[in-house]
Write a protein of this length. Structure first.
Length: 120
């Protein structure tokens, strides 16, 4: 027989899962926005770098130290973007296969490692 408490605790755990999904979604969205902003900054540094090299070549100037600075900054942006992408991936791969334990995307129907059916 289902008691009132059972119904309440079931409703509670469903709400907790839904709450976790929502906060994950918000966090992933936040990370994606952060990555997109870094990519935008990266493109503007790249654009500036192109203009700098072009103008310098045209004027016969040596701007190697400035080019090095730009490359260092671009590498830093790339590392940050890679770290953000890894974090985003970690949120996506949240369902563990009950047969082999491999992490799978939360929308997967079958395990990408062993092919077993993935149930949520
Ligand atoms: Zn598996």
């Amino acid at each position: 027989m289902t008691s009132f408490e059972d119904v309440i605790s079931k409703a509670k755990s469903v709400a907790e899962v839904a709450g976790k999904k929502t906060s994950d979604f918000i966090e992933v969205t936040r990370l994606k926005i952060e990555a997109a902003e870094l990519e935008k900054e990266m493109s503007s540094v790249l654009e500036g770098l192109g203009r700098l090299v072009y103008d310098a070549r045209k004027a016969g100037e040596d701007v190697s130290p400035m080019v090095d600075d730009c490359v260092t900054r671009l590498n830093e942006y790339q590392l940050k973007i890679d770290a953000l992408r890894k974090k985003i991936d970690a949120y996506r791969y949240t369902v563990r296969c009950k047969d082999c334990g491999a992490p799978n995307p939360d929308d997967a129907a079958f395990c990408k490692k062993c092919g077993a059916k993935v149930d949520l």
